[in-house]
Write a protein that binds this ligand. Sequence first.
Ligand SMILES: Nc1ncnc2c1ncn2[C@@H]1O[C@H](COP(=O)(O)OP(=O)(O)O)[C@@H](O)[C@H]1O
Ligand SMILES: [Mg+2]
Length: 211
Amino acid sequence: MITFKNVVKRFGALALTYDDYTFQRGRTYLVLGASGCGKTTLLNLIAGVTAADGGQIVIDGQDITAQSPSVRDRLRTRRIGYIYQDFKLIENMTAEDNIRVLEMCGVRSDGLSELAKRLEIEDKLKRKVRTLSGGEKQRVAIARALVKSPDILLADEPTGSLHFEIGEEVIKKLLECAKGKLLIAVSHDTRLAAYFDAVIDLTAQGGHKNV
Ligand SMILES: Nc1ncnc2c1ncn2[C@@H]1O[C@H](COP(=O)(O)OP(=O)(O)O)[C@@H](O)[C@H]1O
Ligand SMILES: [Mg+2]
């Protein structure tokens, strides 16, 4: 379970304030909102990529805002699968080597072939990422996030670079793979709302303040 309480993130004069949220294990959440409203920052805060300037973010009883960056990095590496908006794949490496990349940090890649089958990228595993289409890269990024069996899955604009029909397919696959986990996806696309257990509209909440 993840809870937000009075969370604030500052970028210079800009203060992003978040409402109090509870994200439950086994449920899927879609966070909606216009560009610039703080969706990516919300995921970065949960992933510990960025630190909050106020409030608490508690993940399974542990207040990560009280932890050092190295503790947050460890938590992310072990327990959080993060599908970045720009994928952050290494283009000159094969899909499979990208998916296995955390083995360097001692993280196991269990069930890779089953996952590749489910995401329909089995025949792409030996290909260099740079030769893959946007939808294929998206699915490789999903596989990389899932292969370490995280209990928390974060997805930033998972359909952002795709045509809507392909994006819908990717969402269906993502949800299938996320069963039993906590999934938080963020998007500006309201058409995705029907697929998720709960929808949070960031635009209507919290706020931006120039202080
Ligand atoms: N590293 C940063 N430095 C300065 N401003 C930032 C940084 N990251 C985000 N912001 C600002 O915070 C706001 C929210 O950004 P972001 O979370 O990326 O929004 P979204 O993902 O909803 O488009 C924007 O106004 C953005 O310009
Ligand atoms: Mg964003």
